[in-house]
Each structure stands twice: as C-alpha cells, then as structure tokens.
Design a protein around this ligand. Structure first.
Ligand code: GLY
Length: 320
C-alpha cells in the first residue's frame, strides 16, 4: 500500500484531476498564510470553474442534450457538518460560492433549479451564460451521434473538481461539476449529494468522488470512506477498500463500472486516493509542495498503484 503526505499541523489539500493543479497551488498558499480552510477551497474550485478549457466544470462545461449547461456544486464544513448544495443551475458563475453560503444555513441549504438560481442572484452571484463557443460547437457536432454515445465518453480524462482542505484540525470540502455531457435536462449526479459526492467530518476525515454519478451514489461512497476512517482504518486503505467493495456490489447486480475515483484526507492531513481507471491524476499540496500524482488500477489484478508522473507522462496524458 502506498502512503502519501505524512501528518503535519500545517495546511493540507488534496484535489481531483490535473486541472486542479493551479487552483490548489493558490489555495494551499492561502492555507500556509493562515487563512481559513473555506477561503482556500473556494479559491481552488473557482480557479477551475473559471477556466473555459476544462469542459467538465463551470464556464465552458459541456451541455445537456438540449444544449444548456447545468451545474452542480456543494460545500461541507467538517467542524459544523454544515452542508450546502446547488443542483442543475443555469447561468450562475461560480456555483461553489453559493453552495458555500448555503452551508452556513441550517434549513433550505440544498436548492435546485430556478430556486437555486434566484437564491444565488440574491446573494451576490453573477449571472453569466456558461456555454462557450467551443462547447457549443462540440455539442452541435456530436448531438446527432446520440446521447448514449456521448455520455459513454463523458468520463474520459476529466470530471468533477473535488477539493478537500485542512487547516489545523478543521477539515472541509467543496465540489463543482457540469455533470454528465448530454445528460437529460434536470439530471443530478453524485456531486451535490451529501455522502455520495462528498463528506467531511473533522473528527473522522473527509472524502469526495468523481466519475459516473449514478454508480457512485449507489454506494454513498464518500460517506462510506469517512466511516471507515472513523473506525480507525488508514486513509489509503479506506479509499481502496470502499471502492473495491462497491465495484463488486455493482458487478453482482450486473452493472458495468462507468469509471469512479475517490480522494480522501484523515484528521492528521494524510491523503489517499483510489480509482477504477487506468489513470486518475490527483493533486496533493502541503507546506512546501504541490504535485500531481497518479492513481492507477491494474486491470488484471485489481491492485491500486500510486505514482509520481514525470514531465513526459504529464505532457502526453489525455487526462485533465
Ligand atoms: N460525477 C459527476 C456526475 O456524475 O455528474
């Protein structure tokens, strides 16, 4: 078994996909300056939401089958267990900020559709058409191939940005996605569902998931990982065991794995990751480093391997 990031009282972060590298560098810098964990997480997620080259999150996200970008985002505070989420929102810039604001409330903290959009606007969110010309052109080119084909490729190399942060003893996490490409309008994946796409409890650990939402939610994967850590299991083992058990559970029912990956952090700041993909890049940041690592599942043995990619690998990788 691999072990990444040894414990330290200083700020720690872990996030999904290579696309989160720049955001995590900025977020981690804030933690090292002593800023609260929510500032670091919002900063890291916003960076990905604002980058139109990342087509699975925020501005530039790929649209649903009617050509509209619908976004999901969530935030959870591990000290208070406060949790906020927005689902299927259109034309809202930085949905993670609204999710964070909702996490400070104790009622009406998970909002969907138009209600979520109106709340976002009332609370300072900028309204903006999130469909870029590139995403629109790809949609127009591919829509005649049928939604089934397009959704089957949706998780090739990128998906939800999930960021877990820890400052002192305080754990929290934030997630943001445009969800499945060519999804049914109104479809909601795992990302804004507490326990499935994310969970944080400063006393036990935090976890978040990326990949085929309909597969992830059948196992409440993030909550399952946190509960294993609560029982005393080491973070990397908890990621591997919960994912492996869940894949078996799905396979027994005849489901084909559509691709799932998880990241987690324990209360001491140790990070873990596991995947059903051949390559799942994730990013870890601590006091003086921020680096991309790769989780990989061996097809024959089912064993998880973590490794540090070289420049060449990163250049050639199709994964965001
Ligand atoms: N994991 C993102 C989604 O299924 O929407």
């Amino acid at each position: 078994m691999n072990r990444i990031l040894s414990s330290s009282p200083k700020g720690r972060m872990v996030s999904t996909w290579k696309m989160s590298l720049e955001g995590l560098k900025k977020g981690s810098r804030l933690l090292q300056e002593g800023k609260p964990v929510h500032e670091a997480i919002l900063c890291a997620v916003r960076e990905v939401e604002d980058n139109e080259n990342y087509v699975s999150v925020g501005y530039g996200g790929l649209p649903n089958r009617e050509g509209q970008v619908e976004l999901d985002a969530a935030y959870m505070d591990g000290d208070t267990l406060g949790c906020g989420a927005v689902m299927a929102v259109k034309d809202v810039k930085n949905p993670i900020e609204t999710a964070y604001k909702l996490s400070l409330k104790n009622r009406s903290c998970i909002l969907a559709g138009e209600g979520a959009e109106r709340y976002a606007e009332r609370n300072g969110a900028k309204r903006q058409n999130m469909l870029t010309e590139n995403s629109r052109n790809r949609y127009l080119r591919e829509k005649d191939q049928g939604a089934e084909k397009a959704t089957a490729r949706a998780y090739e190399g990128h998906d939800t940005v999930c960021v877990i942060g820890r400052q002192g003893t305080h754990l929290a996490c934030g997630v943001s996605t445009s969800g499945l490409y060519m999804k049914e309008p109104g479809r909601v994946g795992d990302s804004p569902l507490i326990g499935s796409g994310f969970y944080a409890d400063s006393q036990a650990g935090a976890a978040a998931a990326t990949g085929a939402g309909e597969d992830i939610m059948k196992g409440c994967l993030s909550f399952a990982i946190v509960e294993k850590m609560r029982e005393g299991m080491e973070v990397q083992k908890a990621c591997e065991l919960c994912l492996e058990q869940h894949v078996k559970r799905l396979e027994k029912r005849g489901y084909q794995d559509g691709g799932m990956s998880v990241i987690a952090m324990d209360p001491d700041g140790n990070a873990g990751a596991a995947t059903t993909l051949e390559e799942f890049p994730f990013v870890v940041a601590g006091e003086d480093s921020c680096q991309v690592l790769i989780a990989s599942r061996n097809r024959e043995t089912g064993k998880q391997v973590l490794f540090s990619p070289d420049e060449e690998w990163l250049k050639n990788s199709r994964a965001d």
